[in-house]
Ligand binder design. Structure first.
Ligand SMILES: *Cc1c(COP(=O)(O)O)cnc(C)c1O
Length: 224
């Protein structure tokens, strides 16, 4: 078993002091590793692949809050819609509408985060600033979205050792988050989640105002 319980307790102490939620990213890791953290009290877990998430969810305790943090294809939403706590990677209005449709079928409001492109790399998914504004405008001004609740933003900084650049990208995301909250003050209480920070950059993320970090390798060891 590869779970680093010392790191878990250290990170929990750090996050609790700042009121930041920990999502333990368990992708590719066995259910026994998830159970080990669950026994220590961890309830939020993150997965990237639909099939893997569905299998693990069926085997593990029902009170786990499952975060889908990967790239979601429309045709696979239905498999996770019945239980997903938060879908982090909404990167188009089309995808939000498709999640909304599944949520309405199930009479659920599925929690979603809009993924914003902040990194320099071309490869990372996400909305640009204009697209974020269009999508939040559409969402907050239409009562049509009854199957989803947009809880905030998610982003990934560049994969680099340049901490100044990482800090700059995270500050950008934080200001987009703050601007949306102040543009829609009556929705700010529900638009309260800023998902940024991973094993390599979570201390910077906390400094920059993250409310939720997604940490995998520091807890479960590196992935092959
Ligand atoms: C894998 C993954 C993480 C966790 O990465 P670590 O570096 O192992 O902490 C966080 N967020 C997303 C979107 C991921 O895909």
């Amino acid at each position: 078993m590869a779970v680093d319980t010392l790191a878990y307790h250290r990170i929990c102490a750090e996050l609790t002091a700042r009121n930041v939620t920990l999502v333990a990213v368990s992708k590719t890791k066995p259910v026994d590793d998830i159970r080990a953290l669950y026994e220590l009290g961890q309830r939020d877990f993150g997965e990237n692949y639909v099939q893997e998430l569905v299998q693990k969810q069926a085997e593990l305790p029902a009170d786990i809050r499952w975060h889908f943090i990967g790239h979601l294809q429309s045709n696979k939403i239905k498999y996770i819609a019945p239980f997903a706590h938060l879908i982090h990677g909404i990167d188009s209005q089309k995808l939000l509408k498709a999640v909304d449709k599944e949520g309405r079928k199930l009479n659920r409001k599925i929690g979603c985060l809009l993924q914003v492109h902040i990194a320099q790399e071309e490869t990372k998914f996400g909305l640009n600033r204009d697209e974020v504004d269009l999508l939040t405008h559409a969402y907050f001004n239409q009562s049509a979205y009854e199957g989803v609740v947009v809880k905030g933003l998610m982003g990934m900084a560049s994969f680099t050792d340049d901490t100044v650049q990482i800090a700059r990208e995270m500050s950008t995301l934080k200001s987009v988050f703050d601007e949306i909250r102040s543009s829609y003050p009556s929705h700010a209480h529900q638009f309260d989640t800023l998902s940024m920070g991973m094993s390599g950059d979570y201390p910077i993320a906390i400094e920059k105002g993250s409310t939720l970090v997604r940490i995998g390798s520091l807890l479960f060891g590196t992935r092959s």
